[in-house]
Each structure stands twice: as structure tokens, then as C-alpha cells.
Design a protein around this ligand. Sequence first.
Ligand code: PMP
Length: 355
Amino acid sequence: MSRFLSRRHKNLVPYVPGEQPREGSFIKLNTNESPFPPSPLVLERVREEAAALRLYPDPDARRLREKLAAHLGVTPENVLVTNGSDEALAFAFLAFFDEETPVRFPDITYGFYPVYCSLCGVTADIRPLREDFTVCVDDYIAAGRPIILANPNAPTGLFLPVSDIERIAASNPDHIVLIDEAYIDFGGESAVPLINRYENLLVVGTFSKSRSLAGARIGYAVASPPLIQDLDTIRNSFNPYNLSRMSMAAGEAALIEQAYYTNNCLEIVRVREKTAERLKKLGFVLTDSRANFLFARHPKHSGRDLYSGLRGRGILVRWFNRPRISEYLRITIGTAEQMNTFLKEVQSIIEREEP
Ligand code: PMP
């Protein structure tokens, strides 16, 4: 730390992303990327767009917003696009949360929420999930303060029915209810159709997982027009050209070829269910994940040992050394072939090291 770092950031503990290995041929099941490549039109449009890189991109991202709005069944005035959904979350913190009002979210959820709290001087009002990692909905009814819920949650993968999201939004009319739907396309049901009824509801999504575009950094926020205008004020006070020309071109093309991604999602769900079944046969205990990952522990093998055993065999999964979940692995769903290799290696670790 330099002596110049502002006093308000002295205690900031940054988010630590999952490992992105620079070399080696790992099977990468650690950061919830898609195992499938972007669709052909994405590559073509990105190549074409490269010729125009001399010029700034459209600061209103009009074409991408129009296509995304049509896909989501809302209007472009309901949509803001961002540099990854992390940026949408950051804009929401800057726009809506402050020192006066603590923000409520679960103890086990996306690790960036407490980091943004710390960055923006917002108090985190953390509520424990139940023993089985389900959300205690009553903790969020008439909370009298802003709420953030990832749905499906990460890293548990558990999904809260939209009827519960609606009850939460309806009972907190004077506070933002932010629903982070990074993993919604793998079997959940989106709360987006509720935004016309609840002016406090803000839904955040991403192209990183289901649309194979983690490297393009495309996220979005969907809400009533006044909330979107507030987020846009923050965006224009921070970085009006927040999405590159190539990212916007990639995003637009992905929406044109949506059928390709819908098929990939179906395949990921199929492989997820099959992998879950086979892990159960090996003695693993799993949550009922609706995301593109599984969350699993083995009663006889520690999370740390399984993580490092797999790493030694060329397979990266995510292990969080955190209270309540340190015995679990979060395993991104890869291709059927990758998951077969993963299962074979897990089995060999378990059989070789049977305590
Ligand atoms: N929300 C959740 C719950 C996530 O797991 C992630 C991925 N790390 C994000 C948001 C951010 O994704 P991105 O910035 O790639 O859109």
C-alpha cells in the first residue's frame, strides 16, 4: 500500500476472481464460463467492427439495447448495458445505496457484494442462509432497506421462485430490490416481467455465462425507466463509452443467434443433471443447482484436498476457504467429455485416498 492511498480505502479488501491460468492445458471448471464458443456471426461481426476502431463507440449503445429489450420483452428505456454485470452492480451501488442505509444480502452469495459495500462506504446487513443454504424469505419481507439477492444464488445454485421475489419487492416499496440473474438461463425463471409492476425492482444480467461472452464483458440492468435513467447518470459520470465497439457488435450478433445459445443452455442443463447423478453415486452431497455449476461436498474428503487433487490432475474447480462452505467445491459444467474426465479423476482421487 502506498502512502498516497486515500484513507477511505485503507481497509478495502478487493474481490479475488477465480484463477485464469496463463499456461498449461487445464480443464477449466472454475469461473462458470461457457464451454461452447461464441456463435459464427459473433466472430464475423467482431472482425468487421475492428475496422471502425478509430471511432468511439455509440455511447447510448442503442442497437444493442434495442435488441436486448426485444429479447427480454421490455423497451430500450428499461435497459442499460454495462461492462460486465459487475459494472451494473457497481453503478447500482453508486446510484442507490449510501452510508445511511445498510444493504441486506445473504452470508453465502456472490463475493463482490461486500466488496462494493466497502468501496462505497455502505454497511452490509448480512443475513445467514438456512442450514440447507435456502434463503429465509421472511428475512427480506418488509426489510425496510435495500436488498440484493442473486437468483439463482452463487455459489449454491439454489433458485428462489419468482413469486417470492415478487413478495419481497412488494413489501419493500421504498427500497431497491436488486436481483442478480447472472445464472438465470440454466433453468430459473426471470423476474424481468415484474419490472413494470414494481418501480423498485432492478434486475441485473450478463452475457458472460449463457452467451459464451465472458471475455467481451457485457452486462445489463433492467428496470423502470427512472431507475435506468439514474444508472445512466452514474454511467455518464464515470465512463460514457463503457462498452467497446467490438463488445457491442458481439452482443448484438449473439442476440440474433439466440437459438444457438438456447440449445447450449439445454445441453449444459442436461450435462449438469447427469454429472450430479454420478457425483451422488460417488457419495457427494449436492445442492439442487439451477445454474451452470454444481455445488458439492464429499463426507469423507475435504474440499481443500479434492480441490488440490483435481488441480494436480489438470482440472480447475473453485474452492472457497470461507465459513460454512469450505468443504464444498463449485464445479462449472463443461462439455459432456470434460465432465467425463472430471468424474473419472474425482473417482480416482476418492478410491486412491479412501480414508
Ligand atoms: N453476479 C454473479 C452472481 C456472478 O457469479 C458473476 C460472475 N462472477 C457476476 C455477477 C459478474 O459477471 P460478469 O461481470 O462477467 O457479467
